[in-house]
Design a protein around this ligand. Sequence first.
Ligand code: SF4
Length: 478
Amino acid sequence: MDSGAENFYAVWRERQRALPALRDGDFAPLEKLLQAIWQHQRLLRDQLKTAGGKTLRVLHPGFMSVEGGPDFRGAVLQFENEMPISGDVEIDLQTSGWRAHGHDKNSNFKNVILHVVWDTPNNSECVPPILSLKNVLDAPLAELALALENESGLPEKLRGKCSAPLRELSSTQLTELLQAAAKVRFQNKANAILARAKNCGWEQALWENLFRALGYKNNIWPMQNLAETKSRWTRGANSTFEIQARLLGISGLLPDDLTRAQKSSDTFLRHAWDFWWRDRDEFESCTLPRAVWKFHGLRPANHPQRRLALAAHWLASENLVSKIESWCGAEIPDKKLLESLHEIFQIERDEFWSWHWTFKSARMTKPQPLLGEARVTDLAVNVILPWLWIRAKEGANEKLRLEIERRFFAWPTAEDNSVLKLARQRLLGTSAARVLKGAAQQQGLMQIVRDFCEHSNAICTDCRFPELVECLKAKTQS
Ligand code: SF4
C-alpha cells in the first residue's frame, strides 16, 4: 500500500487541514490542538520542566472538562521528588491568558496546579507553575495536528483500572452489576424521601423533591428553600398566575424593570407586579435574594423562572398527587410508561411561558412545551418512583412495591450527561451511549462513580472496584 506521502488524497488533506490548525505568522497552534496534545500526552514526558526549573512527572493529565472552568480536572502531577498532587490544569496559548481571562480572580480556578502554555520565557517562577509545550512535543506540530484531529474522548491508556476486568464480564454479568448499583441508588433516594416525610408528611416530601428536580444541579437549594415554605405562599392564591407572581417574587427572580423591548414580557411583568406589590411585605421573611441562583451555562429552557411557572401550574391543578397515585395503580405497558407520566406533568398551555423562553426573548412563532420527555424521565427515576416505592414499602404493600421496582428497571434511557460520558469511556471503554440500556443502567453507572471514582483519583489510587468486578466474575464462574 502507498505511504501517506505518496497518496494524493493524503497530500491534499495535509495541506488543507493541518495548516489551519497553525496560526499564521508565529506558528503557534490553536488552543484546541494544545488541549489534544496535553490529553494524549504527545510530549517528551521524561523531559518536562516548569518555567521555574522544576522537573515534572505527569501521572495523569486529568479529564477534559465539558462544563467550563479549568480545561482538565483531577490531573495527578509530581514536581521534583515531592509527593504527587491532584488538581486541575488550565491550557492557554500564552502565560498572559491567566490574567487576561480572569482566572486569577475566578474561584473555579483555585485548584489549578499547572498552567500549560505554548511558549514562555524560562526562569519565571509562578503560581500556578507554568509548563511550556513548544520544545517538548514528541513530533512536529503539523504531524500532531493531523494525528489528533479526529481523536475525541479518552485515550485508551487513560482508562480506569477497572476497565480491563469490566470488559471481561459477559453482558449478563455487566447488567447484573449495573442493576445492583442502580438499586442501591434508588433505595438511597427513597430513604432520603422517607426521612423528610417523617418530618413533614408524604405530600410535602414529594413537593420538595419535585422542586429540587426542577432546580437541576445548579439550583437545587433555592428550589428546596422555596418548597419548604410552600404552605405559606400558596395560601389564598386563587389562580395559576397569582402563584406564578408570588413564586417569582419570593424567589427574587421577578425583574424590577420592564424590558422596554418585549411588549408581551412587559405586560406580563406589570401584571405580576400588580400582585407582588400587595404581597411582598407579607412574604418578606421567606423571600430569597437573587444572588442564590446560578445562571452560568444554563439553557434558556431550563431557566428557573420558567421552571417556577411550570410548578405554579402543578400546584394550581390541586390533584397532581392523586393523578400520580392513580398512575401507580393503573396497568400500563412498558412502552407507554414515559408517555403516560408525561401526560400528568405536561401542562396544556401557558399564555406567556409557552411563547417565550425568558422575559428577554422575543415571542416564538410556535408554542414550546414547558416540560420535555427527558425531564419527565429525571422526575420519574429521581422522585416519583422512589416516592411511590418507599410509600408502598412503608405500607407493606409488597405487590405494589415490586411493580414500582419493575417500572424503574423498565424505564427508557435518560438524556446523556457529562458524568455518564466520562464514566462510559473511563470504566466501560466506549463513548457509545447505547451501551447502557435503560435509565436504571445509567443510574447504576453513576452510583459506581459516586461510590468509587469520587473517592479515588485519576490514577485510581486505592480503588477497590476492580476487586469487586473480579469477585463477581469468579462468583458467576464457580
Ligand atoms: S477510580 Fe475505581 S471505579 Fe473509578 S475508574 Fe478507577 S478503578 Fe474504575
